[in-house]
Ligand binder design. Sequence first.
Ligand code: C5P
Length: 249
Amino acid sequence: MRVAAVLTAAGSGSRLGSDLPKALVPLAGEPVVAHAARALVAAADLTHLVVTAPPAHVVDVAAALAGLAPGGCRVDVVPGGPSRQASVAAGLAAVVASGDLAPADVVLVHDAARPLVGADAVRRVVAAAARHGAAIPGLAVTDTVKVVDDAGRVTATPDRRTLRAVQTPQGFTLDVLRRAHEAGRDRAHDEATAATDDAGLVEALGLEVRVVDGDPRAVKITTAADLALAERLLHEDAAPITTAPGGHR
Ligand code: C5P
């Protein structure tokens, strides 16, 4: 079985308060997109990595990825579209055009905005996607979540035990992801109508999507506070483990 990945990095940095696109903002001295690409490459034996970039920053994103992928992995950077869904569709078109994947091979779709995802979660997604056609990592929800109308009135309180906060990478067989994007193509031109994740397009087709355990460390970087949290998590990893007298760390 072969595995390819679409890494979405075409968003702006506006909610981060940055002039740079979010994917190019430094995290521990390296662009966010480089961390995300390395996480995927370390976890899955990718044949093809397609990265979506803001159209004005294709060259910068390609430079940020230089030397990250092993020899057997082809890397392409393509301009993203007006919504995340459109960007994934552009990346998927490059995967299809390469002709490397059979319909039952797996395509991961990962947000550069989650640079800290661990290898175990990625591997769980690949295995479940190959088996079931579509798989996504999810975490139990600790907040109570309300459904609210436009006037701010609460209309429902879903049973928290039935809810999962969903992350990326999401994984699909090539056949399932192609069909889902083809069927949802008319929604992609505008963020207001576009799907916010790829599993949503698969659900709209009536196909099964399985949830596997997500990674609590795979925080999504949206605001400056998220970036600071990701820096702290990375520094915790890098800190040397020293044993003080008495055995305390
Ligand atoms: O904006 P948000 O953080 O929800 O975006 C999720 C991911 O989708 C990010 O990695 C972002 O770079 C990517 N994206 C994209 N094309 C867009 C909008 C977002 O590739 N038009």
